[in-house]
Write a protein that binds this ligand. Sequence first.
Ligand SMILES: *[C@@H]1O[C@H](CO)[C@@H](O)[C@H](O)[C@H]1NC(C)=O
Ligand SMILES: *[C@@H]1O[C@H](CO)[C@@H](O)[C@H](O)[C@H]1NC(C)=O
Ligand SMILES: *[C@@H]1O[C@H](CO)[C@@H](O)[C@H](O)[C@H]1NC(C)=O
Ligand SMILES: *[C@@H]1O[C@H](CO)[C@@H](O)[C@H](O)[C@H]1NC(C)=O
Ligand SMILES: *[C@@H]1O[C@H](CO)[C@@H](O)[C@H](O)[C@H]1NC(C)=O
Ligand SMILES: *[C@@H]1O[C@H](CO)[C@@H](O)[C@H](O)[C@H]1NC(C)=O
Length: 654
Amino acid sequence: MHIHRSPAAWVSAVFAFLGTPAVAAALVPRWGPAVVHERRAVHPGWEDSHRLPAGVPVPLRIALTQQNLHALPDKLLAVANPESPTYGAHWSAADVAAAFAPADEARVAVTEWLIHAGFAAERVKASYNKAWIEVDGATAAEVEALLETEYRIFKRDDGEEHVACHNYSIPAAIAAHVDFVLPTVQSNVKLVKVQKRNVLTRRQSVDPTTIGVNGSLVGCDTLVVPGCLKTLYNMTYKAKATDRNTFGIVSYYSNTYLQSDLDTFFGNFSPALVGTAPTLVSIDGGTIALDPDSSVGEDGWILEYAMTLAAPQPVQFLNVGNEQIGQFFSMNEWLDAVDGSYCTSGGGDDLTFDPQLPNPLPGGFKDHSCGTAKVPNVVSNSQAVDEHAYTAFYRQRQCNEFAKLGLMGVTVLYAAGNTGTSGTNTGISGTQSGYCIDDNGSVNLNATNFNPAWPASCPWITAVGGTQVKANATIGNAPEEVWNQDMTMGFFVSGGGGFSNHFPTPDYQKTAVANYLKFLAKNDPTTLQHFNTKGRAYPDISANANSFFNIGDGSVSVDSGTSGATPTVAAIITLVNDARISAGKKPVGFINPMIYSSGFASAFNDITDGSNSGCKGLQGVRNGGFKATSGWDPASGVGSPNLGKLIEKWLALP
Ligand SMILES: *[C@@H]1O[C@H](CO)[C@@H](O)[C@H](O)[C@H]1NC(C)=O
Ligand SMILES: *[C@@H]1O[C@H](CO)[C@@H](O)[C@H](O)[C@H]1NC(C)=O
Ligand SMILES: *[C@@H]1O[C@H](CO)[C@@H](O)[C@H](O)[C@H]1NC(C)=O
Ligand SMILES: *[C@@H]1O[C@H](CO)[C@@H](O)[C@H](O)[C@H]1NC(C)=O
Ligand SMILES: *[C@@H]1O[C@H](CO)[C@@H](O)[C@H](O)[C@H]1NC(C)=O
Ligand SMILES: *[C@@H]1O[C@H](CO)[C@@H](O)[C@H](O)[C@H]1NC(C)=O
């Protein structure tokens, strides 16, 4: 679905009330000169058309800086690092909310500034969770004066319009209390789900239930079924603490799954599950109802694998509804639902990514789900978008929230994307998938900087890369290599991997990254020019991403993608949690400090063959992604998991 969002609809739905216009005063004496707080990134395909008329209402919202965030990484490592005396002492949601809530001082300072600028006190409100300040009925002219900016209408060649400014400024003394202001510089980039689908033609003569059984990998090089994964990853453990454990899959919108597809799949690979549905956790009105005009999306086969691999562990299906913005994903919506203290209800999302609520469409959903769901121990997310598409503050805030979930003992997994070191997708309808990025943020065929994925590049999630089964592979003989398939028409799909342009290398991976940089300096020095060597590197871990046999819309198909690798790893971590819970221990929570530690190395199958792809366009860079090598690398992470050994390692920890 494609919704045109005109400025009039954009504002009228958010603001019914128009207050008395305020007159912005000169604020220099009290708070110091205004400094540029954020700038808009370059977005191909959008043209600056004209100025927004002065009287148009602008739903002004100011995100206050949270307290104690500098301490967040240390607090997280204190519960996630096995050497820490407080390992596993996860925090309650209430403790997390209290520790990081914005200071009263921030709220007071921003409120005073707004009132001094001429907004009547009754128009200035704190959101119910006190993380945001909202101003009722501000006009474009008022906000332009306040932020020393101009609201522009950006137009795209298909007619869609978007309001934004190029940059905005706030006084230095106020800036310290403000993360960001909305709506201002937010980008407007279409984001498309990680997915590749093609109908199986070549192996229909083979019975898939005979593949990957009895410890054999014969056939797994061309068709992956649950037996291949169980064999590859030493998955013999059976869940037994299912009433005390939780496992969730996040999904978006209405192209979900058909129970009849699941049952056909289960009938072949996990007969005890026939008739079993995932447990729906509805977010923003999310349902399992299929859009009658659309086919089943990738959620169908993700559930087939997640449920089969983790069985008999019930699987929660966290479906985010309210499909008003087509292919955009709002990661904030599931975060809002599981953490009321993060909830941005009543003023705070970026309408580029987050839904406008209440939804102005007929029957549109009215309110955000805020703190309505208990967060599962493991949350699997098969979405990957581009890091550069978000503003710095937005990215930082979301990444902090992932760290807070880690503090609470949650393992958050995200797909590393399907386009190697290049962009998963930007611009219109995915045409720039596989492109690199310029220093100025422009994504084009001549750009040469690798273009990392989000949220894979946030250091506080676990990013899952892709492998594939080698031709004629046998177990015990390094059966996997980096996923990299040359599709027709020069389009490559390969496991996402690379280095953040914004987040520094976290401590837990510094040694691993330093070793890899040495390997590159020696073996492939030109690649060093294409990325930020000081950035957070990903993926952290990997699993098969190639040729998943599945049932969708009643027929057999084969899909590939880190969309399938992610729930596979998530099911494995869920089984580790089961073993720990059965032994009276806590779930594993944020796993990165552990999986990079030398003690855990033997619990992974080191992937040392293959490489992921580079960027489209440049000769020599096109296939020049990252090579795998022994130990961690940005093509396969620490390797693929060995469940039996991971359970042994994790049971030895407190
Ligand atoms: C801010 O944007 C305006 C256009 O609205 C531009 O003229 C100005 O140079 C920009 N300033 C900075 C510091 O980027
Ligand atoms: C797997 O082993 C079982 C029991 O040993 C046997 O009955 C079955 O035929 C084997 N399957 C295959 C595909 O070899
Ligand atoms: C960005 O830089 C590239 C050169 O690397 C240049 O060709 C392009 O025009 C620049 N784009 C913008 C919008 O400044
Ligand atoms: C890339 O470079 C070529 C040759 O220098 C030029 O013709 C083309 O317009 C450039 N493309 C982009 C998207 O900048
Ligand atoms: C795999 O085995 C087939 C048949 O035995 C053989 O033709 C092919 O060359 C082998 N491929 C590799 C990569 O070893
Ligand atoms: C699989 O895990 C078991 C423990 O459950 C372990 O004893 C065995 O060595 C592992 N197998 C391999 C091939 O790593």
